[in-house]
Design a binder for this molecule. Sequence first.
Ligand code: PMP
Length: 445
Amino acid sequence: MGIEQSFIERHPESSRLYARASQVLPSGVTHDSRFVRPFPVYIEQAAGAYKWDVDGQRYIDYVVGHGALLLGQNHPVVLEAASAQLARGTHYGGSHQLEIEWAEEVVRIVPSAEVVRFTSSGTEATLMALRLARAFTGKPGIIKFHKHFHGWHDYVAANSKYGDSSPPGIPASTLDSVAVLPLDLGMVGATVEERGDIGAVIIESAGASSGQLPVPHGFLQALQAFCNERGIIFIMDEVVTGFRWAPGGVQEAEGVTPDLTTLAKILAGGFPGGAVAGRRDIMQGLAFLDPGAKGQKVGHPGTFNANPLSAAAGIACLREIADGSHQRRAAELAGQLRAGMNSVLCRRGVHGVIYGQSSAFRVLIGGPTVPEEADYDPRDLDWDVLAAGGNPERERLLQLALLNRGVQFFGTGGMLSSVHTEEDIAASVEAFDGAIGAMQEEGVL
Ligand code: PMP
């Protein structure tokens, strides 16, 4: 039986739910990345590194809450903090001690963070970072990079994971305020000269798509120096990499000091939450003016900003991950998984490569790369090959074939938690072998 047919037969309840979902949700989903044909699996329970769907199938989870769950699902430390807080209230509509403690943890862990403002998501964090930079410099122009993803608000939608240069629904004047460039310092310099209005540069710290298209060695440092010289605000988006690449994110790992940092995901321990952190003088734009003083502060409301539930979970999570051991464990396991899957490609004579940074990985099937039984750092691979990507239909079938074997990737890759085990890795490599075998049988490889 073919991969898709087998998927359909194994998931009758998910199929029913998807038909229902499609009546009330466009394409039946609530996040573009969760869309997959013929339908997604519907999860009803999760624990540690596993999830179970409505058809009773168990999955080894490599979505890990879109990267939020470095500690896996329901880690006891986070669960306890959140449960205790639930009983004490989820929204005080007022100031509370937990938001201070949460901010103190961020300042302690993230090297460049002098002060913090919480938001409800990473999208809101990058929106606020750009607003702060524009208010501080008085310059509306922004530079972002090709394919770099910073959430879904209008200023960052161009040339990201979900949109080309003119995504629908966004006014041309908004798009015009943002220059989208390759990772080329010469072009950054030329654009700054030409436009004369550039107030900020924002970058996905490890490269586009959570590091799948890496930033070359030394680029961040050179960009920081360039921005510093020109008084341009250098924003590192560490929504994914923050607390994962190292406790203090890529900026700790690479020794770079951004002016502003955006955070989310692990920050809130699996609950909704984001933050902007950085230089006190820039963040001071948010402060209320003294009575009688002229000017206007930068506005910042948000019903769920630093809600006590996210704060309690976030504090517990950040304290747990602060010593770096969870990051190291997750990265070590990711290395084993990448090497294991590369050995499958090798053995089966399939072109492609599995690579990644830190505890992330991406599967790229096809192309000119002949794999070795090794782990790869993407900075050693051909950027153009990585950017060209794979064949979407093959990638879809791989996803289904893996789901049929109890493994859930996030698109063509994923991330690990520190509670995945060596047995999980071995089982996943075996599932990958079976999935690649099924694709060969089906004649798509
Ligand atoms: N920045 C980056 C680098 C991201 O990967 C994401 C989400 N995947 C965001 C910002 C947006 O975060 P959120 O989904 O919490 O809005």
